[in-house]
Design a protein around this ligand. Structure first.
Ligand SMILES: Cc1cc2nc3c(=O)[nH]c(=O)nc-3n(C[C@H](O)[C@H](O)[C@H](O)COP(=O)(O)OP(=O)(O)OC[C@H]3O[C@@H](n4cnc5c(N)ncnc54)[C@H](O)[C@@H]3O)c2cc1C
Length: 509
């Protein structure tokens, strides 16, 4: 049976060990880990295919990634290669293309920089631009390696499970103490310890912002350590056939391991008995019961839409005082003539003309050209350019259909005009164009306001404020980007490993 088949729902009375609401990477890693341990698992997905923000869609011979396309976690060494490990746990593997460069930055004041896969080549290039800061640059990024090296020796499981914590402490005492030290710290504080040049500090802000969507002062050092080191260790690797393959293969592996996945199955309610979560109800009225329920929907969708409002636990209320929804993205999916791109063009780009606009809507532009690594995703002689920029839902509400359409076209034209600076001739080379707004992300990804995920409301103590997988509602767990350690495919895979581990211990499987 393949993952894309829609299966007949099981009888409503059937009891599962675990029901997972949603088949994003967080939900699928939880489900596959549990199924591999022998638990009886059911995944319910509202959409037609698995993957959520790591899904795909096809138009006129192009296969577009919905969101993610700069993929960490496909390394072969260490313990932080969580996508490789998650797939292997259910007998799956994906061929990948190694990306020689994580990002080509095009920043204000002609700050043109490439983050090479080779660490020394990156330090050399950054040091050439800021020769007076060469030592500080090395000290900052070397400290990121200290975090990464601690993480990369230990099995990454649930920090909510004391047995695991004791075990890992006795196996790797120094690494654990190292991590405890960094847990409450943010990358900006450490960068400022070594670096004084204001432009270089802005660059470090952008290094953080382009995946955490907050500047360095609000970016936890644990996450920065992972990203700034793993890009040179496991590297950035693009899955053959597109990012959607990751979810497809996990779903295949789930079914092969005895789990079930049902598409077009929108959960509208988490069923409670007393205060305990005991199952779910779907939009079509079907009910499923399980000993444990895991929600891969965002915390806002889980607690505001699937549970009665009077059940909002105090812990969720206080979390909402610390974290807010990040903006969504305006996504522009382009098919372009291949000769637009000169030889040597990199796969991922970040564009910003004025530092003051970095965190503003339509400020920073993100660009990915996955066909440079996997040409099979576009018709011969063409490339995909996926470009996106932050955008709030409020800017897309209360519009008539024609107003919405013209606003989308105007926003796409603004993006293309700005991208002409790095791809001269872009407008004339467009073969296909599709625009997604915050409304599109909300509708197709089932994410409140189309948000990319939680971001700190203010400067917090590193990662200490991010919730783990258990919730205040007995029997209910959350997994994915609104749990520790946050957004990104490898991060939500970490959350999935941790959630499955906690649930398995609770169930005794
Ligand atoms: C434009 C964009 C670009 C990105 N770029 C990158 C990148 O380059 N690299 C990277 O690592 N990360 C990137 N990310 C982030 C990354 O994609 C996400 O952090 C990650 O995919 C989130 O996974 P998740 O499992 O938490 O949730 P999601 O992907 O949101 O999955 C949740 C799933 O649950 C389903 N669901 C929700 N509610 C219900 C319900 N009531 N009933 C049934 N099913 C439900 C949804 O349909 C969805 O399939 C990007 C994200 C976006 C939007």
């Amino acid at each position: 049976m393949t993952a894309t088949q829609i299966q007949t729902p099981a009888p409503a009375t059937q009891e599962y060990d675990v029901i997972v609401i949603g088949s994003g990477i967080g939900g699928l890693v939880t489900a596959t880990q549990l199924a591999a341990k022998g638990a009886k698992v059911l995944v319910l997905e509202r959409y037609l295919i698995p993957g959520g923000s790591a899904g795909y869609f096809e138009r006129q011979g192009y296969r577009f990634d919905v969101g993610a396309s700069m993929i960490f976690g496909f390394g072969t060494e260490g313990t932080t290669n969580l996508l490789t490990r998650a797939l292997a746990a259910v007998g799956q593997k994906i061929e990948t293309f190694a990306d020689p460069c994580q990002i080509h930055y095009h920043l204000p004041n002609d700050l043109e920089l490439k983050v090479h896969r080779d660490y020394e080549a990156f330090l050399q290039e950054l040091g050439d631009r800021f020769p007076h800061e060469r030592e500080g640059i090395r000290k900052f990024y070397d400290e990121c390696w200290q975090v990464f090296n601690c993480l990369n020796v230990m099995e990454l499981l649930s920090l909510e499970e004391l047995g695991y914590l004791f075990r890992v402490f006795f196996q790797h005492p120094l690494a654990c103490l190292g991590l405890v030290k960094y847990l409450p710290q943010n990358a900006g504080d450490i960068a400022r310890r070594y670096i004084k040049d204001p432009e270089l500090l802005k660059f470090i802000d952008m290094e953080c912002y382009c995946w955490s969507v907050v500047p360095a002062d609000q970016t936890p050092m644990i996450n920065a350590g992972m990203v700034f080191s793993d890009r040179h260790y496991g590297g950035i690797n693009y899955p053959k056939g597109g990012v959607g393959q990751i979810a497809q293969k996990l779903a295949d592996g789930l079914v092969a391991a005895g789990g079930e996945i049902v598409y077009k199955a929108r959960v509208t309610q988490i069923l409670l008995e007393g205060d305990r979560a005991v199952g779910v109800r779907l939009a079509n009225g079907a009910e499923y019961r399980a000993r444990r329920v895991v929600s891969n929907a965002t915390r806002w969708d889980t607690f505001d839409k699937l549970l009665p409002s009077e059940k909002l636990p105090g812990s969720e209320k206080s979390w909402r005082q610390r974290y807010q929804k990040s903006p969504s993205f305006l996504s522009l999916h382009l098919g372009v003539q291949a000769d637009l791109l000169p030889a040597g063009t990199e796969c991922h780009h970040i564009v910003l003309e004025d530092w003051a606009d970095m965190t503003q809507p339509e400020g920073t532009i993100f660009v990915s050209i996955p066909t440079l690594l996997d040409p099979s995703l576009a018709p011969a002689g063409h490339h995909i350019i996926h470009t996106f920029t932050p955008s709030w839902i409020e800017d897309w509400q209360n519009l008539t259909p024609s107003e919405y359409q013209s606003k989308k076209e105007a926003a796409a034209a603004r993006l293309c005009d700005r991208l002409e600076a790095i791809f001269p001739g872009l407008n004339a080379a467009i073969d296909y164009q599709e625009v997604g707004t915050a409304r599109t992300h909300r509708r197709f990804l089932g994410r409140e306001d189309g948000t990319y995920g939680p971001i700190p409301q203010r400067k917090l103590w590193g990662l200490l404020g991010m919730p783990f997988n258990r919730t205040a509602i007995p029997g209910l767990y959350c997994v994915g980007d609104s749990t520790f350690p946050g957004q990104g495919l490898n991060a939500v895979a970490f959350s999935g490993f941790a959630c499955a581990h906690r649930v398995a211990v609770d169930l005794g499987v």
